[in-house]
Design a protein around this ligand. Structure first.
Ligand SMILES: [Zn+2]
Length: 755
């Protein structure tokens, strides 16, 4: 091509050359027709936000001629074309007070064509963003309340088509209701009363920086000691009680920041704001580079049961700053919000984030190890009982994410949903255990995270990646057939989930008739009665059937989502009545006789089921080291800090579930410290861990925190913490008292449980 054109150029005569020069000069002297030059100006008036109305005005510098302005359609983090164009009303364009006619594109509903008149240098756009009371997700109807709002700027902006959003500058101004305060990662230029003017940024950065505002806004600095970047929790709620967060929970969020630092060893933001909206029923989060838009019910942070359900939310969204914002799959790294996104690598973007968010929740104490295992058991059971696996591989759940995000929970087990989240937790646990095993305990998934998403700390910057880049980075940590593993997991049509990661980590998926604490919390808070692993249906506590799993007794009996249970074995339905019937059915040949409604019809249905209640749990497999506990152990070292102050009351480093009697045998063995010339033998007697030492009385050690015990000395108490290698074997113990600095005892011999 180039060569051919060069030959033609040689044949141009002088006259032609002069013409070309005139055209060229004309081109550089007069801006391209309709082109935008200079920053956009955006002004949002939020004073009517309690009515679910935002008033938007914009100034768009332009030139005469045709121009197309677009409203964001494909929203980062939502991975779908869900920009709320239908909520935009009252749209007008003017110039110097004169209307400029517009026409919507007849194919793309998000594009507006204008003909800018001669002599016009600026066009004013005006519109209102409205919300409806039944909206959910991130729409204005679910982002506005009497005393608070979350502003997602993508919903209040138009920008010129064809300009990369990184290259288009915009300056935003916001007017808040009287006495409202706000939190955002955006830098403020000036503020006069309730009118805030922000510093000019790119359209990308504006859309990436939501704003939380409210009459009752609580800001908490959670920057851990030694961290130079400021981290804040910004909370908004309608009640003071919702903002009354226990101090130990705030301390855990501070630890979360420390743990992300210890995990990635670099940050790609200048400061970070967790924006937390505490209102309504919606629970989800939207990631950004320097902040996150987190939605929880009013008591989502204050209430322990909510924390059990959603304790990993903020950790998940924060992980996205590295995995999703800094490193982004090529198919999601689009130059603007109109170009379609491709979700083929969402099992990394969301899957790895799901795994790391849950691990970090445990490492930082937001979850106990039991909370983490309850969650993992539920995920494993859900995916292991998913009839949709037989037709839809994991890869297709990622590719079809744009249609799956909005899909109904009815027939979900058959359709499958955005399973790349939960299955990501299983897959990346498996990757973690493979790295630990292959490297003989010298490497972990944390090393991969540092290689792939850590690097040098920087301000926000985005580096796209491909499938091959992931394989290469993993191979640089530990050589393995990663390509083969991912291919197998992504294309499998096995009816069962690959639970290899759980097994290698020293645990098993099991079912008992006792619900986990997580099950109980979900029943109490989400009205969810989970009978999927027994009769094969998921219900609301009102009796409405949410899902029926094909192939299960409920399916065979003819039940369907949308039907409602009215009576069970002749008694009015309640969760307890159903539970009692399942218990009785275990010992007697009686089936479950149900009266149900299907829309306006009543019918009777007989379910043949006799295995009682079944709820998923993880059970320790004593034949293998407990690698899972190593994975969940905090990385950020603050052990014994609280102790050295001389108050041996709380072990703040890793509050959580103490070792169970079944786990005690991990610690059995001989431990010695050369400096003290001391040797201890630890044995288990009558379900207790006992310390034996020559010339000393046997001493019982009291389980206190994960891998940690408290013992009594004549001069006071001591704390003992066991260290594990990366594949979960106990290798040493650290001992601390308030009299001496911590001492390490190295494990010299393994014991046997028979002692
Ligand atoms: Zn996510």
């Amino acid at each position: 091509m180039i060569e051919k054109n060069s030959k033609i150029a040689w044949k141009l005569n002088f006259h032609l050359l002069r013409q070309v020069a005139v055209i060229f000069l004309a081109f550089i002297c007069v801006p391209k027709t309709g082109a935008v030059s200079g920053p956009l100006k955006l002004s949002v008036d939020a004073r009517q936000v309690a009515r679910r109305i935002l008033h938007v005005t914009m100034t768009v510098p332009t030139a005469p001629g045709p121009i197309t302005l677009v409203y964001p359609k494909w929203i980062p983090g939502q991975h779908s074309p869900v920009g709320p164009i239908n909520d935009v009303v009252g749209l007008k364009f003017t110039s110097g007070g004169t209307a400029v006619p517009w026409q919507r594109d007849d194919v793309d509903m998000y594009a507006f064509h204008l003909q800018v008149p001669l002599g016009v240098r600026e066009v004013e756009a005006e519109f209102y963003l409205t919300g409806t009371s039944d909206e959910s997700g991130y729409l204005l109807g679910n982002s506005s309340a009497q005393q608070q709002m979350m502003l997602d700027w993508d919903q209040v902006v138009l920008y010129p088509l064809g300009v990369p959003t990184d290259a288009q500058t915009i300056q935003a101004q916001l007017t808040l209701p009287a006495a409202w305060k706000f939190g955002t990662a955006l830098a403020v230029d000036s503020q006069e009363g309730q009118v805030i003017t922000f510093r000019p940024v790119s359209v990308t950065m504006l859309v990436d920086s939501p704003l939380l505002a409210g009459a009752r806004l609580r800001e908490i600095d959670i920057t851990p000691p030694g961290e130079t970047r400021i981290h804040k929790l910004d909370l908004a709620a309608e009640s003071a009680a919702a903002l009354d967060i226990p101090e130990d929970v705030i301390a855990s969020y501070r630890r979360l920041v420390a743990e992300t630092g210890a995990l990635f060893k670099a940050r790609h933001y200048e400061h970070y704001n967790f924006l937390v909206w505490l209102h309504g029923t919606y629970q989800d989060g939207l990631e950004h580079h320097q902040s996150s838009d987190n939605r929880l019910p009013e008591m989502g942070l204050a209430d322990a049961q909510w924390r059990r359900i959603q304790g990993d939310l903020l950790a998940h969204e924060m992980v996205h700053s590295w995995n999703g914002k800094y490193r982004r799959p090529a198919g999601l790294a689009t130059p603007n919000y109109q170009e379609p996104m491709k979700g083929d690598l969402l099992w990394v973007y969301e899957g790895l984030t799901n795994y790391l968010g849950q691990v970090l929740a445990a490492r930082s104490g937001l979850w106990t190890p039991d909370d983490y295992r309850d969650r993992l058991a539920l995920i494993a059971a859900e995916l292991d009982n998913r009839p949709g696996r037989s037709w839809r591989p994991l890869q297709d759940t990622a590719v079809s994410a744009p249609i799956l995000y909005g899909s109904s929970p009815e027939w979900e087990a058959w359709r499958r949903s955005t399973d790349f989240y939960g299955e990501g937790s299983l897959l990346w646990l498996e990757v973690d255990t493979i790295i630990r095993t292959q490297s003989k305990g010298t490497k972990t998934l944390d090393d991969f995270c540092r290689v792939f998403e850590g690097g040098e700390s920087s301000p926000p910057v985005m580096i796209p990646y491909t499938f091959d880049d992931i394989v290469t980075a993993l191979n640089s940590v530990v050589p393995y057939d990663w390509r083969g593993l991912f291919h197998a997991r992504l294309t499998s049509l096995s009816p069962h989930a690959a639970l290899d990661g759980i097994y290698t980590a020293g645990w098993r998926l099991t079912y008992t008739d006792t619900p986990s604490e997580l099950n109980n919390a979900m029943e109490a808070k989400l009205d969810s009665l989970d009978m999927r692993f027994s009769t094969g249906m998921l219900l609301g506590i009102s009796g409405k059937i949410v899902d029926v799993l094909p192939g299960t007794p409920s399916d065979i009996a003819g039940l369907a989502p949308g039907m409602s249970l009215i009576a069970v074995n002749g008694r009015r339905f309640s969760p307890q009545v159903l539970r009692d019937a399942l218990k009785r059915g275990k010992d007697t040949p009686a089936d479950l006789d149900l009266i149900i409604t299907n829309q306006d019809d009543f019918l009777t249905v007989r379910v043949e089921y006799h295995a009682g209640e079944r709820y998923p749990h993880l059970e320790r497999d004593g034949s293998k080291p407990d690698m899972l506990s190593s994975i969940l152990a905090p990385l950020a070292a603050v052990r014994f800090e609280a102790w050295e102050g001389g108050a041996p009351v709380t072990y703040t480093a890793a509050n959580g579930t103490p070792p169970s009697p079944a786990a005690l045998k991990d610690y059995i063995g001989s431990y010695s410290n050369d400096e003290l010339n001391s040797k201890w033998i630890l044995v288990v007697q009558n379900g207790k861990l006992i310390r034996q030492q020559w010339m000393a009385e046997d001493q019982e050690l009291e389980p206190a925190f994960p891998d940690g015990f408290i013992g009594d000395l004549s001069e006071g108490q001591f704390l003992m913490h066991f260290n594990r290698d990366r594949i979960g074997r106990v290798t040493s113990l650290d001992l601390a008292t308030d009299m001496v600095r911590p001492m390490r005892f190295v494990k010299t011999e393994n014991g046997s449980a028979a002692k």
